[in-house]
Design a protein around this ligand. Structure first.
Ligand code: ADP
Ligand code: MG
Length: 255
């Protein structure tokens, strides 16, 4: 058997695609540069490692299910009431170690989903498991899991595995009694064990209306969400409308 075939077999066996792809041309350049064997080996490991990290980031990003790829670079702080310092603090991702939640409030179009997505993206780039879901889809999935006796499994995998769970658009869909209870279970499961990022167009005083008008349940949910959290209340008008108005495409004048 040729040396290359041996190496190729070992690389496949030990799952080292980066080594297989790079060892030959790296050997040539190492010879040219008169690198030591140890230096050559270290460079090979570095290539394998960066390939793994890249694949890891890609996999975690895919699993996160972000609706659109939004990053913080495209967020215009100058036209938003959001505190850039706080967002930068959040982007250090310390909140994950502290199991802190992030609650984003504000009317439609002010960038809640953009910010939640950008934070989730930053999390995936550290290869930390994340899941992004709208409150409406979450309910559909929970009910489907419940109907087929897979609720335990759903809680373990979809809710339990990601360290950061993003629930987008809380407030657009009202929950019935069963749904409100399932929602409590999710918040309770993540409380002090992970982080939830939640976006909502509703202030806390209106949450009861979404949660089947159950006062005790609403208090229990809010207690857990707020206990360790960053609260971000975004004020102002819709970014899209503002852009249209500024481009002279709308008749509405801002007050
Ligand atoms: P919300 O979730 O609050 O309803 P979105 O995050 O969906 O709003 O924002 C609506 C659109 O406007 C998106 O395309 C988003 O990228 C954009 N947008 C909102 N605020 C900003 C901002 N400050 N800078 C850049 N784009 C923004
Ligand atoms: Mg949104």
């Amino acid at each position: 058997m040729l040396l290359h075939e041996h190496i190729s077999e070992y690389c496949t066996k030990f799952k080292l695609p980066g080594v297989l792809e790079s060892y030959q041309h790296l050997a040539d350049s190492a010879a040219q540069k008169k690198l030591s064997y140890s230096e050559y080996l270290c460079k090979l490991f570095e290539i394998e490692n960066s390939g793994r990290e890249l694949r890891g980031r890609e996999m975690v990003l895919k699993m996160a299910g972000l609706p659109k790829l939004k990053t913080i670079d495209t967020f215009d702080f100058s036209s938003s009431s959001v505190d850039k310092t706080l967002i930068n603090e959040i982007l250090t991702l310390r909140f994950i170690d502290e199991c802190k939640n992030i609650l984003l409030f504000g009317p439609s179009g002010v960038g809640k989903t953009h910010l939640a997505t950008a934070i989730a993206y930053a999390v995936t780039q550290q290869r930390i498991k994340t899941k992004f879901i709208t409150a409406g889809d979450l309910m559909i999935q929970l009910e489907a899991a419940s109907a087929t006796n897979r609720l335990d499994n759903y809680f373990k995998r979809t809710i339990g595995i990601p360290r950061v769970l993003v629930i987008d658009e809380f407030g657009y869909v009202k929950f019935n009694e069963t749904q409100a209870n399932l929602f409590f279970q999710i918040i309770n499961k993540k409380y002090e064990t992970g982080s939830i990022i939640i976006t909502s167009n509703l202030s806390f005083t209106k949450w009861k209306e979404v949660l089947n008008n159950d006062e005790a349940l609403t208090t229990a949910i809010l207690d857990r969400l707020i206990h360790h959290s960053h609260l971000i209340n975004i004020t102002g008008e819709s970014y899209r409308l503002k852009q249209k108005r500024e481009a002279g495409l709308l008749d509405i004048s801002a007050k």
